[in-house]
Design a protein around this ligand. Structure first.
Ligand SMILES: [Fe+2]
Length: 247
């Protein structure tokens, strides 16, 4: 895969991602990851021949995916979000990720999963049924932040910021999404969706055992309920219009 300086930026990103996310145990992983980060930080919508667009919520899917490429090491594509669109809280089990806004602005809430069974679940409002109890997940909210095209990428790893919810802010938005390795249900890397549960008043859960960097104060356990893909969320598809990736 060509990563030469004269190659299109997205080609160089693909080459750098292939290098960074292959043989993660190699000692120069940090250098390769930094090289990829610098390239992804520089990418803009024009590099992918993508124009900012006005979506029609009545006619368009709330979210559209443009597939760019996929290898055993990583997948890369672009998500287009209509005004007010939101990707439900979901995870990326065992995966690393980079999310770089191309146009518009998104709000990203990031969570970490916590070890199970360190504390009994509190009371929830509305209550959780016995059938739902096996799908309770302990987590901690690590950050809530807005990203625009001038921001660096939002990063995730298998253990940090691995769950996120992404919402378009003030109009349509698009972002480049790199996941390494790609989703693969056969390898235990399926996507799961979650709903944040409300803890009943006076029964808040705190967690002195986790060191999450929750904005605005101490880490607070957030209980999530694993749910099927929400009906209001669906993702369309569209061809990627940018420079082709050569392998
Ligand atoms: Fe995601």
């Amino acid at each position: 895969m060509s990563g030469e300086r004269g190659a299109p930026l997205i080609q160089r990103i693909a080459a750098a991602a292939g290098s960074a996310f292959t043989e993660l145990s190699r000692p120069d992983y940090g250098d390769r990851h930094r090289d990829l980060l610098a390239l992804v930080t520089a990418v803009r919508a024009a590099d992918l021949n993508i124009d900012a667009r006005e979506h029609s919520p009545a006619e368009s899917p709330p979210v559209t995916y443009m597939h760019i490429c996929e290898t055993e090491a990583f997948s890369m594509g672009v998500f287009l979000m209509g005004p007010g669109a939101s990707m439900p809280l979901h995870d990326h089990p065992g995966m690393n990720g980079m999310l770089k806004v191309l146009y518009g602005k998104v709000c990203i809430s990031c969570y970490d999963k916590l070890e199970m069974n360190l504390a009994p679940p509190p009371q929830f409002e509305p209550p959780v049924t016995p059938l739902q109890t096996p799908f309770l997940r302990r987590s901690v909210l690590r950050s809530v932040a807005e990203f625009s095209g001038d921001c660096g990428p939002c990063l995730l790893t298998p253990v940090q910021d691995n769950l996120h919810q992404i919402s378009a802010v003030e109009g349509p938005a698009a972002f480049l999404d790199i996941l390494a390795p790609p989703y693969d249900p056969g390898e235990g890397r399926d996507c799961h969706y979650y709903r944040v549960l409300q803890v009943a008043p006076g029964d808040g859960a705190t967690d002195g055992t986790s060191a999450g960097e929750h904005q605005g104060g101490a880490s607070a356990v957030t209980w999530l309920l694993e749910i099927p893909q929400p009906e209001e969320f669906w993702c369309g598809g569209e061809p990627y219009p940018g420079p082709p990736i050569a392998f």
